[in-house]
Design a protein around this ligand. Sequence first.
Ligand code: ZN
Length: 133
Amino acid sequence: MSWVTLEVKTTRRAQLVDITERVAAAVERSGKSDGACHVFVPHTTAGVTVNEGADPDVARDIESRLAELVPKEAAFQHAEGNSDSHIKTVLVGPSCVAPVHGGKLALGRWQAIFLCEWDGPRTRSVEVAVSAL
Ligand code: ZN
């Protein structure tokens, strides 16, 4: 198992940040030929997802539609003022797994890996572990 922690700076409160190149570089540095790349975000108001990276409008649409689905101002119990961020993190989840083939991250043609910031801007950690078959 090869393990690396990426630091990702976000610039907006809600923001999908394409981290594909950094994850792919970690996979290549791992030296593993065939296996799985595990990406885990150790936060409660940020997550990770795989979706279209070719058209940046898709990420923007995800940000804006989730803001409509989970409004910031609502009758929440949690007094920190970021319950919407916690709920959006539940929706995207804290982790994803992608295949590694021939020493490279093997995503689909249009796929990218996104850190999903829901309570930024701040600096986030992303754990990337590569395991061989
Ligand atoms: Zn909170």
